[in-house]
Design a protein around this ligand. Structure first.
Ligand SMILES: [Fe+2]
Length: 193
């Protein structure tokens, strides 16, 4: 299996946009926190978060090629599914963009739903922090996040349904937000929030 160091090397090679790098790190810590909560394998859930958008700069952020080209990177790098990355991690990464007509993997496992909910919530929580007077994640409360979910004008490009799907993982939305805020606060210096 790929070590975390090898994953970081991959990110350094393929990801050049600072916010994208942070987004994957944020997704990683939320996934690890969720795995901890459910007694799942933390390295595996963390790995899913850490590399889920590996191809996004590679495709110049073109949504029609995003996640499709993930396979190409694996091929270039000689990374084998089932050997270097677990099959279920691969499935979660592909299905996090199941809306793409060429992606056949559908979200079905806990890991699949957790990844798509976590990477979507991470963006939403960053948006919540940025409107705080001090722009700190520690200033964001669960209640205010819940309220912002209902405000259609706030971070309107973020699909709330993907976040609500976390209930299929077996956790309430409130607890998911609480766990995620804590996970992001723990790396606040690193993410500059
Ligand atoms: Fe993402």
């Amino acid at each position: 299996m790929l070590s975390r160091e090898e994953c970081i090397s991959l990110l350094n090679k393929y990801v050049h946009t600072p916010w994208l790098m942070l987004h994957m790190r944020e997704s990683e810590v939320i996934m690890i926190a969720l795995a901890k909560k459910f007694g799942e394998e933390q390295w595996k859930w963390g790995l899913s978060g850490l590399i889920h958008d590996l191809d996004f700069d590679y495709v110049d952020k073109d949504p029609s090629r995003h996640v499709i080209e993930f396979d190409n990177i694996l091929k270039i790098e000689g990374i084998e599914i089932g050997k270097d990355i677990p099959q279920d991690v691969y499935h979660a990464i592909k299905s996090h963009y199941e809306e793409h007509p060429q992606i056949t993997q559908k979200r079905e496992s806990k890991l699949d739903y957790a990844l798509s909910a976590s990477e979507t919530l991470s963006g939403f929580l960053v948006a919540c922090a940025l409107v705080q007077p001090d722009k700190k994640i520690s200033s964001v409360g669960v209640e205010s996040v819940m309220k912002k979910f209902k405000k259609k004008d706030f971070a309107k490009s973020i699909n709330r349904e993907l976040i609500y799907d976390v209930e299929k993982v077996g956790i309430s939305l409130e607890e998911f937000i609480e766990i995620s805020l804590k996970a992001l606060s723990d790396i606040s210096d690193e993410i500059g929030l």
